[in-house]
Design a protein around this ligand. Structure first.
Ligand SMILES: N[C@@H](CCC(=O)N[C@@H](CS)C(=O)NCC(=O)O)C(=O)O
Length: 206
């Protein structure tokens, strides 16, 4: 089978999610640590975002599409449920994470602080929104988690975002006030798929 190439810097939360799914399935891949808007990425993603993927003649962009392709084409444990209700629940979570939680936690909070060096007061609205999201997650993770698969694409998608916000005092405080989220993050961060795909320490100026 052709070589699978995951394209994108490893400290991207979405690149981490795709790599975690590969690790969970035992799928071999090459990581091409290209930055957003680099020629390798822009050849595939119309707006230069990461991750992108190449597998033989197949190129893909968008995390959800890449994970779906890998889960369908490669052997190994499924990271997306097959049963209709569980599948719809997973899609519900993935959509929520990719469109709403990522927007607040990564685009409006982590990226301005860590990459843009934005002053703290500039991200105050995002902190309020993040606190609401983490509080909601705490309730959602309280009962029986909707996806009893041991490890799924939902975990791969959510854990990197929670990890990044936990590195900042405002995010760490929100997680500390949410015991179910804190326990979930601790448990999932120890999962071999998350450990094997974890990004190296972030470069000083990224
Ligand atoms: N909807 C895309 C979002 C990808 C995305 O936002 N990637 C970030 C890095 S985590 C990126 O490339 N940012 C650069 C930019 O938006 O210009 C997906 O699910 O893959």
């Amino acid at each position: 089978m052709a070589e699978l190439e995951i394209i994108g810097v490893p400290f991207s939360n979405f690149v981490w999610a795709v790599r975690a799914c590969c690790e969970a399935k035992g799928v071999a891949y090459t990581l091409n640590p290209a930055r957003p808007h680099s020629p390798e990425v822009s050849k595939i993603h119309p707006f230069g975002k990461i991750p992108a993927m190449r597998h033989g003649d197949v190129t893909l962009f968008e995390t959800r599409a890449i994970i779906g392709y890998i889960d369908a084409v490669f052997p190994g444990p499924k990271v997306l449920p097959q049963e209709p209700v569980a599948m719809a629940k997973a899609e519900e979570w993935l959509s929520l994470i990719n469109t709403t939680i990522d927007q607040v936690c990564m685009r409006q909070f982590i990226v301005p602080i860590m990459f843009g060096k934005a002053p703290r007061e500039q991200v105050a609205p995002a902190v309020l929104a993040l606190q609401k999201q983490v509080a909601w997650l705490d309730g959602a993770l309280a009962g029986e988690f909707a996806l009893p698969m041991g490890f799924s694409a939902v975990d791969a998608d959510l854990v990197p975002i929670l990890t990044y916000i936990n590195m900042q005092p405002e995010g760490a405080a929100a997680i500390a006030a949410a015991p179910n989220v804190a326990a979930y993050l601790k448990r999932l961060l120890a999962h071999p798929a998350m450990v094997a795909s974890a990004p190296p320490p972030r470069p000083a100026a990224a």
